[in-house]
Design a protein. Sequence first.
Lengths: 400, 400, 400, 400
Amino acid sequence: MSTATFNSICFNQGYWRKGEVKISKVKNRNQRVKFYVGGASVLSTKCMQSSEKNKREVRIGLLGASGYTGAEIVRLLANHPYFGITLMTADRKAGQSMGSVFPHLITQDLPTMISVKDADFSSVDAVFCCLPHGTTQEIIKGLPRHLKIVDLSADFRLRDIAEYEEWYGQPHSASELQKEAVYGLTEISREDVKNAHLVANPGCYPTSIQLPLVPLIKAKLIEHRNIIIDSKSGVSGAGRGAKEANLYSEIAEGIYSYGVTKHRHVPEIEQGLSDAAQSKVTVSFTPHLMPMIRGMQSTIYVEMSQGVTIEDLYQQLRKSYEDEEFVKLIDKGVVPRTHNVRGSNYCFMNVFPDRIPGRAIIISVIDNLVKGASGQALQNLNIMLGYPENTGLLYQPLFP
Amino acid sequence: MSTATFNSICFNQGYWRKGEVKISKVKNRNQRVKFYVGGASVLSTKCMQSSEKNKREVRIGLLGASGYTGAEIVRLLANHPYFGITLMTADRKAGQSMGSVFPHLITQDLPTMISVKDADFSSVDAVFCCLPHGTTQEIIKGLPRHLKIVDLSADFRLRDIAEYEEWYGQPHSASELQKEAVYGLTEISREDVKNAHLVANPGCYPTSIQLPLVPLIKAKLIEHRNIIIDSKSGVSGAGRGAKEANLYSEIAEGIYSYGVTKHRHVPEIEQGLSDAAQSKVTVSFTPHLMPMIRGMQSTIYVEMSQGVTIEDLYQQLRKSYEDEEFVKLIDKGVVPRTHNVRGSNYCFMNVFPDRIPGRAIIISVIDNLVKGASGQALQNLNIMLGYPENTGLLYQPLFP
Amino acid sequence: MSTATFNSICFNQGYWRKGEVKISKVKNRNQRVKFYVGGASVLSTKCMQSSEKNKREVRIGLLGASGYTGAEIVRLLANHPYFGITLMTADRKAGQSMGSVFPHLITQDLPTMISVKDADFSSVDAVFCCLPHGTTQEIIKGLPRHLKIVDLSADFRLRDIAEYEEWYGQPHSASELQKEAVYGLTEISREDVKNAHLVANPGCYPTSIQLPLVPLIKAKLIEHRNIIIDSKSGVSGAGRGAKEANLYSEIAEGIYSYGVTKHRHVPEIEQGLSDAAQSKVTVSFTPHLMPMIRGMQSTIYVEMSQGVTIEDLYQQLRKSYEDEEFVKLIDKGVVPRTHNVRGSNYCFMNVFPDRIPGRAIIISVIDNLVKGASGQALQNLNIMLGYPENTGLLYQPLFP
Amino acid sequence: MSTATFNSICFNQGYWRKGEVKISKVKNRNQRVKFYVGGASVLSTKCMQSSEKNKREVRIGLLGASGYTGAEIVRLLANHPYFGITLMTADRKAGQSMGSVFPHLITQDLPTMISVKDADFSSVDAVFCCLPHGTTQEIIKGLPRHLKIVDLSADFRLRDIAEYEEWYGQPHSASELQKEAVYGLTEISREDVKNAHLVANPGCYPTSIQLPLVPLIKAKLIEHRNIIIDSKSGVSGAGRGAKEANLYSEIAEGIYSYGVTKHRHVPEIEQGLSDAAQSKVTVSFTPHLMPMIRGMQSTIYVEMSQGVTIEDLYQQLRKSYEDEEFVKLIDKGVVPRTHNVRGSNYCFMNVFPDRIPGRAIIISVIDNLVKGASGQALQNLNIMLGYPENTGLLYQPLFP
């Protein structure tokens, strides 16, 4: 093909770094010739070659790349114009390529995964940490101070380390670091995230619950008592670990309420709502595992404050989120569906009158791996580094 | 139960012992030779030949055979020793065989489906009516008085016909008949079912909700206010009608809360609970459509009465259901799962402490097509005709 | 409940005659009172009480009860009038109840699972062996000679133990026993099964493939060359072992061709077809994992022998199976679907003309856990012990 | 490609540098304030405002927007820097917004859908035609000649209009137009597509089949006889029409071989292969409906030409596709999975030795709605209009 240029061009507008249009012909690792043009829009180009990646402004380290949230970071960054992954760790998969662990990513030219102990952090500017809770603390404690860090584990989400110990069964070993961590529910804590060194990325359930409830509680429109939260989640939230309980034959065609009232996201939810209420809030929270891969819905049953109407709730949420890119209060009467946000960073929500006078039903939906994990993490890092927060995140939902 | 009940085991009289195998050779309708062996269990023999069927004690008419609940009646009756289907109607499929409409039933030798207007009801003893609401009334009104009838539609469930009109948008045209209909939530109304001429078979949601709540309300263990019911149902409950909303591509891999607070099962649920409470109960009820074919779970959030404990609820349910074949309070702490009742007539339930003091969470699961429809219908007809109520119903759940 | 008699009726041993209704009151293990009434149909009764079980004619041992095929044996036997399970082993679950491992079976009163080394085989008459290949040989070698054995593993399926070693990577350690094992493809080997001491129960793929092909090959209607078999299986065939590859998130919404041409069922398929052909047959066999729990379809592409027509194939299959309970050649032009046999012991098949002249397409479907495993095993044991082969097996398919 | 191509990034002129963020405040149709930040990547900005859209270089008309392929075009174009949708038709949904028909697209600011008869085509530069076959011909015949057209229906795929009539049951009414239509299997016909006025976008099955087979046939590496194609497709290929057969309860947990040897894609497949072979090729083609929304796999069984090896096939495919963006021959021995291309425009393929000497098995996978429909359509229009063909198409697959 003589016009190979058409095949994988990375155009730019006139000048991206003014006057610096670079057209380069490089060989990728597999020794096939590819053409690259310096440029800005990744979706229309092939920008993942390592040579290219190093030229991206921000060098990203991805710790714990072999899990679902790690793979999702890679998917999202594939079209990010400024962030390039230059370091990937996965202890049990050290030495392997990402494409061998996640074949859907074979077109991405990524660094080989290495053990975290072998990582050279001097060559990266920021990290996403997708490690399991517990080990995360130790590793983050050891990272150089110049790094911007978004941690997707639960390790830095709870301000009260006694509570951490209670729910996670081990003392917290990085309590100093905990103090400077910013809880990154972006739309609520955007200003704090901007200046954060370490962001504790929220859990998926807490994200779906706090986004609608925090503004309503702050505005004193709902009672703090008897908040009943019935959440439903896709199975990908349980990760890629091989567990009998998560086998296809055990999950498909049925539902399962696990951790009734005892799920580890409870203290995180209550912390956020209590902050909004400026008093201790105790919620009823029952998570249900759904026979679906992605998606999360929280159906929340609340008592409205004296004299408050559904319209008041609706207007408050409208006001809170009308300028937001990713949080959408949808048309009155329309029910948010997980289908409608699959694969995207959106949270859709709505509020409905209950049959019981004085009560309301709130429904919010997210993709647990995007707004509930990797998408919000990227949203946070964009902010921490001064980029528009939607950079690389405007994927539309995949439906059907 | 008269001794007559025991008379005609499907094939042979006498008794059967090893070594005494009796083999008989008969021709079925298709003129193929079949062998039958004397034996005791229907599951071990072929009893559906028409010659055979006519010998079953009770001749069953199945109205509206071409829907899912109709097919489920056929599946269950395949191994019923006393009931044989001798009449099947399906207006839009008149002239067709059941096997052409439901190929999984081709091994059953059933009468050809006819239009209900062509049916000769003098030749049947009892009918299952699986017609849509609205048309049901007219047809049942016209049936001979000697028939025992179990109606699976909503037409006779609501005692208050004004309420029927409000929720179903049309006046009730058989109000006299409504008065003698017995609401057939078997475990609750068994004595009334015994003598009923017409049983209104409960809806699936109301079955899953009333079974746990009625005994607790009767025993005054829970408050009548603020009962929050978050129900989840498989899609088969929506029937076989071709609707865009129920296409695989629209349902799979997502969830959908439909009819928030406005589902037609609301008045039925409130009728049952109000009866138990002897005062008007208004509930919050939100049904959710799950990406699964069968199965229903109700997660119910209640306030316990002053001084009542979870243990009190547990013991009350234990006492209420310990002698029941189909309703099972499971071991403390174990979560009922829809997987565990699929294809069976069981209802599994349990009760859990909530994080909010004084509150409890109740979970009940059924198969919406069995205990939630055709299974309970058969359970009722067994009782109406003096047979053990579990006759033909001891299918164990299909898992995985 | 005064009418408890209706609730849980169970017939009794000996024989039953008109007017001789016996009501007995027994206590089950949990010390709850249960009533039993003499009766005839197992499906209408509660027969799993241990006291009752011991009275069943045949005492069954179930080895490897904690896997899917073990659970399926229990489900099927729940309504078997002559077979009662009196021994269950599961090494890793020793000391646990079946209900704790498979909660869908909690209504069955079964013996506690023990380690196979602690089993007393003198108290059982027959065993189903659901152990993994390899260990099976050793254990079966050590069983008393009086036992009838149906082995669901692959250990005794291949007559050529060199071939066993080649495909399973270890030498066969019970070659003498192998010689007396009968390959239990029931409809093909019924006469041999009758007198067998040890039946090697066929694999699921081989069952779905040999049932249509063996009669056609024997009748010399198809060529032995270029038999292309494209099989599709539900995931339950992979068992309950915790493997990343079988997680819901890895399986749902996609398909996977594993072991292309190298699946271990190849030698078993070729052995059966070669026997029929009386010469070595080599097939092309590609299994595909489907996003479904149960069900298996083999789409088989064959060349017809010179002068043979589709009608010839159809008539041969008709003739071969017209008297069979479980193998059904369906109406011309109708496509067999896995949906139509789910949960049942049926095999549906049909034959279609190909576009390429002289070729035919054969489609057969089974439930991999029933006719492909536990159902056929029960069919075989029924025959080995002189009972009608359909005893306890006439469950109709579960659809939808 | 003229340099003009590079000029107009979706929003701003000039250039953007870190530190020089320009924020502009505009009102969209709904009068809500939105913020835009100057930048380079479409994925990082909001470019769908109508004011914005009109500034995109190419004005796109989308005919038949209310089906799945229409919605998929919208999803893909959401991040296309040069194409903006300015006209949408959907006869039955005329007057509705896209967001009301496909709520996952509510964030896109799109024109209201109108009836095709009311469309003003003078204001668009190109159209995607997603109408049903049959009606498509008439409408395309009436379009102005200046338009570039990609037709996703079957109406212009078959060169032989007699064949069209045979398979589609109606005479072709635009035979002149048919003559100038270019069959748009991009990687095979790229040069013709460049100059095309009307592209007939290939069907999903033909795409998955021709991509691997055409190069092998052209290179004379495989025999033309006895090509056996066993294809598996997700249900979304059947569209959004309400059909009983496609209900969740009918599709989930089972598979279905429909149109055995008679599927309408057969003549299209044979046309493509015959062109490559330069002689008439007749194939065996059996499509199977899978319980999944998206994804398509073709498992293709072929005879290699005399003396040809698997390695020869592999090297030929490598050579054919090594410079392609979207067609990937994966590592030897690795099985392509539909999971790995979901939501993306990739085709993954591989070739395997068969057990039968001289035969090979080829597996190819695509997302039926992307490379099998809307993605390839966009790829074609990019080429027709002189843009890099991957523009707006580098979405990475969604997994899990």
